[in-house]
Design a protein around this ligand. Sequence first.
Ligand code: GLA
Length: 300
Amino acid sequence: MRPDGSWTGRAPGRVNLIGEHVDYLGGRVLPCAIDRFTISTGEPAREWEVISPVADGLRFVRAVGERLGAPPQRVRVESNVPPGAGVSSSAALLVSVAAGLRPDLPGAEAALACQAAEQAARGVMVGVMDQFAAALGRAGHALLLDTGSLKYRYVPFPASVLIAVVDSGIERDLADTPYNQRRREAESGMPRRRRHVESELRRVDAFVAALERGDLAALGRLLDESHASLRDDFEVSTPEVDALVARAAAHPGCLGARIMGAGFGGSVLALVEAGREGGFEAAVGRPVLFCQTADGAYVG
Ligand code: GLA
């Protein structure tokens, strides 16, 4: 914060490599912060005012500002994190504001405040993964987070693997999806939902082990298995996304692919061998965002 009370904060979007729909159950997740950023600048004002390309920017900014005890602010938001595409534009927005207003906070505390703000702003009982990745992701690494204890460690991510995010074009606001319902079903122990959660947790551990021994083929297999589980047991995929995953996985350079994030549309994550990505976008027939890992707002 500058002496006149004005401030700037910057935070990245995220991908989740694996560990889907387990972060509100205390499970392990493996996201990376990516090199797409939201920058917020602000100064004290009489009322909350937000100029933002992100829908509902005012509600989000105000929710996090108030949670951090800030007086009303006039905030301008710029972002190249595509909204509604499953790379957490909302977490990037919230964490950019937190980092601008309270750069002194421990990153984990900022992430928790942003999670609470997101839950309050739109009534979706999200876990803490996205905000944590935007705050504490690290370039060159994936972030292995235990959402039960909030302990985390960094796992090197190989430069020989490209992270491809394929936008399904099915934009959705999480508030209009059965996200909260899936959460309740999993919490109440519904057998198929639990089967996804338990198998996904094993896949997170297997994925970390595969990263650590450089077994790229195993990474791909685990993504494919995660997709099947999210489709059949957790039921958060759609036929269009299934078709996109199949097209991505059929490309010769693709190690594996799956629906990413909350689901119900959004985006597909594919891991592609560097140097073999030629023709990937044409093969899937949708816009592809090739991303690098990046530092979170509270790192570096
Ligand atoms: C959304 C939520 C996260 C997480 C994922 C599913 O991105 O914001 O907390 O639950 O869905 O893994």
